[in-house]
Design a protein around this ligand. Structure first.
Ligand SMILES: C[S@@+](CC[C@H](N)C(=O)[O-])C[C@H]1O[C@@H](n2cnc3c(N)ncnc32)[C@H](O)[C@@H]1O
Length: 251
């Protein structure tokens, strides 16, 4: 390799280390669904991340990797410390930020997290090797739908933070593996507020996501076998509690 090529490569590495996410990705993360000044208030005044979580948060922001925002971090802290779940499932690991946050706030929990992106898997593995001090986290590589059917045991809490059009596809498998009274948290369901628009107002390329999210709402929000709540944190968090052993979902 010539000196010039070497310096060019080094410069590229410094500018952006992660190829999976461009600087134009995740624009909904920057479109608050609550008033901007309220959002800033929430982000600035609630407990900040520190130590390795702060480092990972800064890395994710710098590389445009979508991770849960600060207001959701504050809520997860409170929820996990209160519920102390023993078995957690996460769909969508990315660099491992939310998995490590959950491990930190539920120190007795076993956490299974699934991702299919090789670049994210490599970063998550590095981060878990360094920061998962109690060895709580197991990373499963692959497409979530394939991996879900292979999972053993019951979960107390499931965090779904992956392809939004697929939430409704994953849901039956997730509910089968959730204990009675357990919680499912589903992130980014508001599409920066555009979820309220008629489908014709959405670009064709995006419609599958909206169709998937509307199917998810139709199946869950008033389902008598579940207790559901839409929480305007980040880009919208749908929370579901399994109220009955058999949860009937529309075909
Ligand atoms: C929003 S990021 C997860 C962020 C992470 N939960 C956090 O807050 O730190 C979404 C991740 O889900 C993964 N993903 C999306 N669809 C998936 C699927 N069908 N199966 C497995 N992983 C998927 C992507 O590769 C990406 O790393």
């Amino acid at each position: 390799m010539t000196k010039e090529v070497h310096f060019f490569r080094q410069a590229c590495i410094i500018e952006s280390m992660v190829e999976s996410y461009s600087k134009h990705a995740n624009h909904n993360m920057r479109r608050p669904v609550v008033k901007e000044d309220v959002l800033s208030f929430m982000r600035e005044n609630q407990l900040q991340t520190t130590g390795f979580l702060k480092e990972l948060e800064e890395f994710a922001h710098q590389e445009n990797i979508p991770i849960i925002p600060r207001e959701t971090v504050a809520y997860f802290r409170l929820l996990l410390q209160s519920l102390q779940p023993e078995n957690i499932l996460e769909i969508g690991t990315a660099i491992g930020f939310s998995a490590l946050l959950m491990a930190d706030n539920a120190p007795q929990a076993s956490i299974t997290t699934i991702d299919r992106n090789p670049e994210m898997i490599a970063l998550a593995r590095q981060n878990f090797a360094k920061y998962d001090v109690r060895k709580q986290i197991r990373l499963i590589e692959g497409e979530a739908m394939d991996q879900l059917s292979e999972l053993q045991g019951e979960f107390d809490l499931v965090f779904m933070d992956s392809a939004k059009s697929k939430y409704i596809v994953f849901l039956p498998e997730v509910l089968k593996r959730l204990r009675l009274g357990g919680l499912v948290l589903i992130d980014d369901v508001f599409q920066g507020g555009d979820i309220t628009l008629p489908l014709e107002a959405i670009s064709r390329g995006q419609r599958a996501i909206y169709r998937g999210l509307h199917k998810l709402f139709d199946a869950t929000l008033t389902n008598p076998d579940l207790t559901a709540s839409l929480v305007p944190l980040g880009d919208g968090l749908l929370m579901l509690r399994k109220k009955r052993n058999q949860v009937r979902l529309p075909d």
